[in-house]
Design a protein around this ligand. Structure first.
Ligand SMILES: [Zn+2]
Length: 159
């Protein structure tokens, strides 16, 4: 007989992703314990890639709501692949083999792109920033990379 225990760590993780990385991320963690201690522990993190569509996110969100608790999946000895299929609803799910590809977050932001973003605030606003702060810092919404612009750089953006 095993007891299902679920902590609030998963919520904290999801909150962390949401607040610090501005990414909507689903996190689930589960631990199965018996009298000898931890029997099984596992979890998953689902994070949308920058090119995910609203429709895809909507479908995934609903799947995650309907999915059984991760602790139950562990209890049923589901494989990682089956868990992934279950929570995404994608039966044709592809796995990346470690030796072939290492998944990582990659962003195609650049200083040039950020500069174009700054320019959209308009010359007057830009002039104000130059006079008041003498520099500007922007943060990419996707990867959180910071870009700094010096007074000279900002001046060149006005022209
Ligand atoms: Zn970026």
């Amino acid at each position: 007989m095993s007891k299902l225990v679920s902590g609030e760590i998963a919520e904290d993780f999801a909150n962390y992703y949401y607040t610090s990385e501005q990414k909507s991320t689903a996190v689930a963690l589960g631990v199965l314990v018996n009298k000898d201690g931890v029997k099984k522990a596992g979890g998953f993190i689902v994070s949308a890639m920058p090119d995910a569509t609203e429709d895809e996110l909507f479908i995934l969100e609903n799947r995650l709501k309907e999915a059984k608790p991760i602790s139950q999946m562990l209890e049923e000895n589901m494989s990682l692949l089956d868990i992934a299929k279950d929570i995404t609803g994608d039966i044709d799910i592809q796995t990346l083999k470690q030796e072939e590809k290492t998944p990582k977050y990659e962003c195609n932001c650049s200083k040039e792109k950020m500069a174009r973003g700054i320019q959209t605030i308009g010359k007057e606003e830009l002039q104000k920033i130059i006079e008041e702060d003498k520099k500007a810092e922007t943060v990419c919404h996707f990867c959180n990379k910071k870009y700094e612009f010096s007074e000279e750089e900002l001046k060149s953006l006005i022209n």
